[in-house]
Design a protein around this ligand. Structure first.
Ligand code: FAD
Length: 408
């Protein structure tokens, strides 16, 4: 976290130093970091309160460390359900156990928790942005019913939506259309007061099912299910899952009830079809894209939040302080963010992991069949060694980390 800076007078002809359009996770985190560093920030989102929408619901691994570094982990931990063990099952058998801190939280609660941390240097406006103008000196954002806001720098954090990006002449490239399907639903135990484990990951049993894994974990008052699938969205199985989720899950993952306990699905099954996209021609005067507005991520790879946290940390602690230290906001300044090696490595990792998870789940050529076998055998063997000698297992793990570290 950068040190607090004293309030400075605003440059003539601007309402704020930085205007952030989009108050989902990326925009809200960026506003927090910049506001806490003493910059005048205006954060605009069309929702006063972020609605219940299906996005990331589990925070773990490097995401926790990055949130700690930007000073926002306490806000998350106060609002989320923490758990420290996940039982991992494949083909009805124990694969291994994951021992690490995780947080289960619905996305609207996560955004609300992060908005609650905003310092008073950040002005929040609830309104729909209808137009953008960006230039080398001054940026203008038009908000329906609120007039205009002018700033030295415009941060676009509008997620996957296309319309505003186009105002700046920025397009997006499809790396993989309809790359994956994600389902979210809530479970309640049947015939018992609780499930056998607080958190469990159940991997797909057959390649033909196209199921990567089912995550079961606590969030708010419920047990939440996130199911990551590589299938066509028009596949009859998808309709069956929506219409009759319990039966479809039991047929597709026959060992699930034995491993976790009998269940019923409460409420509706939410679903999301993901396109993997990357913004093109985005080196422009005055405006910078972060989070999903720049690049989308495969939900099964679990890199969306890692990516946006990298964007926020690099942009707000390295680049913005340099950009604002001298006059102007020409494209040459903006280019340094997109060329940032830490950002580039994270973005590339997200794309690689998206490809890895899909191929590991559904590719049937000899190479991927062998890789799948090795991947899961390695985990099972490491688990056995862990039971016999945790110190030796830790040494082995450090000997050779895979180039692309699987998250699940
Ligand atoms: C189903 C699903 C599951 C996922 N699971 C995981 C996971 O397990 N792990 C992981 O790391 N990542 C996961 N992700 C990815 C992660 O959720 C996203 O990367 C992250 O939420 C992106 O945040 P964002 O702030 O960039 O975009 P968003 O959260 O979409 O925020 C965009 C904001 O912009 C606002 N906005 C848009 N247009 C306008 C306008 N014209 N005027 C005003 N405001 C506007 C919107 O209201 C919104 O608040 C998942 C994604 C999905 C869809």
């Amino acid at each position: 976290m950068t040190a607090e800076r004293p309030h400075r007078p605003l440059p003539a002809g601007t309402d704020t130093e930085i205007v952030i359009v989009g108050g989902g996770l990326s925009g809200t985190l960026a506003a927090n970091v910049l506001g806490r560093s003493g910059y005048h920030v205006t954060l605009i989102d069309r929702h006063q309160v972020f609605p219940r929408e299906f996005r990331v619901e589990k925070i773990a691994g490097d995401q926790i460390e990055k949130l700690r570094r930007i000073g926002l982990l306490d806000g998350l931990s106060a609002a989320a359900v923490a758990f420290d063990e996940i039982v991992n099952i494949r083909k009805g058998r124990l694969l291994d156990r994951t021992h690490a801190r995780h947080y289960g939280i619905f996305y609207d609660d996560l955004v609300a928790a992060m908005r609650a941390e905003l310092p008073d240097t950040v002005r929040f406006i609830a309104g729909r942005v209808s137009g953008l103008e960006a230039g080398p000196e001054r940026q203008r954002v038009s908000i329906l019913g609120h007039g205009d806001v002018t700033a030295r720098l415009l941060v676009l954090a509008t997620g996957m939506g296309d319309i505003l990006r186009r105002d700046l002449g920025i397009e997006r490239k499809f790396v993989h259309q309809r790359q994956s399907l994600t389902f979210g639903f809530n479970l309640r135990p049947v015939g018992a007061s609780a499930f056998r484990h607080p958190a469990l990951t159940y991997y797909g049993e057959r390649v033909s099912d196209g199921i990567d894994y089912l995550n079961l974990f606590p969030a708010a008052e419920v047990t939440r299910a996130n199911l990551f699938v590589f299938r066509e969205h028009r596949d009859p199985w998808v309709k069956a899952l929506r219409d009759n989720p319990r039966q479809t899950l039991i047929e597709t993952l026959p060992g699930l009830v034995k491993a976790f306990g009998d269940f019923e699905v409460i409420d509706r099954v939410e679903s999301w079809l993901t396109d993997i996209t990357v913004a093109e021609n985005c080196v422009r005067d005055g405006a910078v894209l972060i989070g999903d507005a720049y690049q989308t991520s495969c939900p099964a790879a679990g890199t969306g939040v890692s990516r946006l946290l990298t964007d926020v940390e690099r942009l707000c602690t390295v680049h913005v302080p340099q950009w604002l230290a001298s006059p102007g906001m020409a494209a040459a300044k903006i280019a340094t963010f997109y060329a940032d090696p830490v950002k580039q490595a994270m973005d590339e990792h997200g794309l690689q992991l998206a490809h890895f998870r899909r191929s590991l789940t559904i590719d049937t050529d000899l190479r991927w069949r062998a890789r799948r076998q090795i991947h899961f055998s390695r985990r099972r063997i490491m688990h056995e060694i862990d039971n016999l000698s945790p110190a030796f297992a830790a040494r082995l793990r450090n000997l050779r980390k895979p180039a692309v570290e699987p998250v699940a």
